[in-house]
Design a protein around this ligand. Structure first.
Ligand code: HEM
Length: 163
């Protein structure tokens, strides 16, 4: 289809449909550990940005749970990357960070939410994407809430299902 815009060439390793190879692990000091499955769609339409949809499901019932969508931008010619994210929980955030080869670490720069979002409210999010040597993609998410300092919430690995 549309040729890859050269601006996003450094993020080409993220493109594709990714499906978790085994259920991801959810944790946080205040909750029961849980498992989930997730599919990522990361694509482009020729513009200098990636588009994404992350869809998570209950690992047994397969019911849709957490969903995020948005855009990934890279500052042309630099290693600065920004995520623009909307979550179905009523959260909107901007995360920024640096690309280092095929690893990307981001910190939330702004987090806002709908007036009736569930508590506790998340205050800060940090996440890492890494392409492993075996071709799997790994995502780790940490968050801080009103009651808890930055702690791990999610860890999952994906296999590429389609380009
Ligand atoms: C709980 C935020 C992604 C599943 C929570 C809590 C927060 C939160 C603030 C409440 C913690 C507490 O009670 O102290 C987020 C954020 C996410 C995210 C900011 C993305 C950046 C996900 C994903 C799943 C998930 C992908 C996959 C299914 C859960 C579950 C709980 C939970 C099962 C515990 C039950 C509940 O309170 O609903 N999350 N979450 N979360 N999250 Fe996430």
């Amino acid at each position: 289809d549309a040729p890859l815009n050269p601006v996003i060439k450094p993020l080409e390793w993220m493109l594709g449909t990714w499906e978790c190879d085994e259920p991801g692990e959810g944790t946080f000091p205040t909750i029961q550990p849980f498992r989930y499955t997730e599919t990522l769609h990361i694509f482009h339409v020729g513009q200098p940005m990636l588009n994404f949809m992350f869809n998570a499901f209950h690992s047994e019932t397969k019911k849709p749970l957490h969903r995020e969508c948005g855009f990934i931008r890279v500052e042309p010619g630099k290693d600065n990357v920004a995520f623009i994210i909307a979550q179905n929980t009523g959260l909107v955030e901007i995360e920024e960070g640096k690309l280092s080869g095929q690893e990307l670490t981001l910190q939330s720069q702004s987090v806002s939410r709908i007036s009736f979002a569930k508590e506790p409210h998340v205050q800060q999010i940090s996440r890492t994407f890494r392409l492993k040597e075996d071709g799997r993609l790994e995502q780790t998410v940490c968050m801080a809430t009103e009651g808890q300092p930055l702690s791990k919430h999610l860890h999952i690995t994906y296999r590429k299902r389609a380009p």
